[in-house]
Design a protein around this ligand. Structure first.
Ligand code: FHN
Length: 427
């Protein structure tokens, strides 16, 4: 069933910004870039390898992305069809990608010596993409962040003893101050992506932290005072905002407490958000295109990640996929932007995306000769193949268009379309 957007809007927090741009844009770029990019073994490398802060500091002392070109990033993102981006301002390791006044653990104190966040925001804004900030609630560097199971030194009993008296309220003051700084000094920010609360039951090996700990209500209020149009994700543990299924595709449009909600699947192209030199778990270009189609066919957004390497480059395996997605979007973005799910029954191994009275059929596995489209008989004036045949374009009640590729109805209530014999190359 087509989700009732009026129901979504009724249940959208009315103190949040208008999400219309988000619903239209559908496709966002997640960027994980920081000291872990130098380690090149996942953004949790400090925790997974229990790296002591003194050892991890070598990445700080050597952070100098000499081939960093934010304009090139922004142009590449635009060509790939992205409409907004979400950049890691600070990840769990506590390193700040901007010139913050609240810590020395920041990019302007590394050999990079520049406010990279400002350069990224300026470049992407110049290409017309909406601005999103990822901001980690966790902070393994801050001296008052209570050591928990996520912390790289959570196996170090002496360290945990020395950290016993940490004051969470002092850390939370720091957290709120930095969010204030980010939402004050970088112009219009459209989307804030907090990450992540973890009540005890989710992370047995941590002390667990929730909305009370982060003073989430106060933090949310601060964000909306500074940027009244902003939208937030659901990871302040307030159970509202953009729902963020991670690394999986929901089977149908997301519903929460009986009503449809706005959601965005966040996905990495391989098994790592931060650059990982050895990660072989790459999704193919075709799979990524199908993920985008699948997400929109369920009335959701896709936040597809890249992890630039230590030199600030988008490396070849990522670029190859972005180029393929861009080629497909160049031909078919009209079936993504402003489109949504359909209430027509979807044929096997296909997806529908719908925009007004236009229905787009996306063929995920190529049948031998015919596709059976239930429920369309008498509803479609015509159909035509667009380009590579990976979609059909149905426009209802528009007598000015010629019928093509249609065979006679084979049974009441359905139509069958005849496909070219050869499966064209989708990507
Ligand atoms: O721990 C982080 C992880 O490193 C990454 O940033 C993802 C992206 O959604 N969020 C957390 C895991 O849920």
């Amino acid at each position: 069933m087509k989700t009732d957007h009026s129901a979504i809007r009724k249940n959208w927090p009315n103190h949040y910004g208008d999400p219309e741009w988000f619903i239209h844009d559908r496709f966002g770029l997640f960027i994980h870039f920081g000291l872990y990019s130098n380690a090149a073994r996942h953004e949790w490398v400090m925790r997974w390898e229990n790296i002591h802060p003194d050892t991890y500091r070598k990445y700080f002392e050597r952070f100098n992305p000499d081939r960093f070109d934010p304009k090139e990033w922004a142009i590449t993102a635009k060509k790939a069809g992205y409409k907004y981006f979400v950049i890691t301002t600070k990840h769990h390791d506590g390193f700040c990608l901007w010139d913050t006044a609240f810590t020395d653990y920041k990019v302007t104190n590394t050999p990079a010596k520049r406010d990279l966040l400002k350069e990224i925001v300026d470049a992407f804004r110049a290409e017309g993409l909406k601005v999103g900030f990822y901001h980690s609630l966790l902070d393994w560097h801050h001296p008052e962040f209570p050591v928990d199971g996520t912390h790289p030194q959570s196996n170090d009993e002496d360290f945990k003893k020395s950290a016993a008296g940490r004051d969470m309220s002092k850390y939370v003051e720091y957290l709120h101050n930095q969010v204030r700084e980010l939402l004050t000094n970088y112009g219009k920010v459209d989307y804030l992506w907090f990450d992540f609360s973890y009540p005890q039951e989710n992370w047995g090996w941590s002390v667990g932290k929730g909305a009370e700990d982060w003073q989430s209500e106060k933090l949310e209020k601060l964000c909306l005072e500074l940027q009244p149009h902003i939208i937030l994700n659901d990871r302040l543990d307030l159970h509202r905002g953009i729902q963020t299924p991670e690394q999986y595709q929901p089977l149908k449009p997301l519903v929460k407490e009986g009503h449809p909600v706005l959601w965005e699947a966040c996905q990495a192209m391989n098994g790592s958000w931060g650059y990982h030199r050895d990660n072989l778990d790459w999704k193919s270009s075709e799979m990524l295109i199908k993920m985008l189609i699948d997400t929109v066919s369920k009335d959701g957004n896709l936040l597809l990640n890249i992890g630039p390497n230590a030199r600030g480059e988008i490396e070849p395996l990522t670029k190859e996929r972005l180029d393929a997605i861009g080629k497909w979007m160049d031909l078919h973005s009209q079936s993504i932007y402003g489109a949504r799910n359909s209430d027509f029954v979807t044929p096997v191994d296909c997806r529908y995306t719908q925009k007004g009275n236009r229905l787009y059929l996306h063929i995920f596995s190529w049948p031998f000769k015919h596709i059976h489209l239930p429920g369309l008989a008498g509803k479609v004036e015509y159909a035509q193949f667009l380009h590579d045949g990976s979609e059909l374009f149905f426009r209802e009640h528009n007598p000015n268009i010629h019928v093509t590729h249609m065979t006679a109805e084979i049974e009441p209530g359905s139509i069958t379309i005849e496909l070219p014999v050869q499966k064209p190359d989708v990507t």
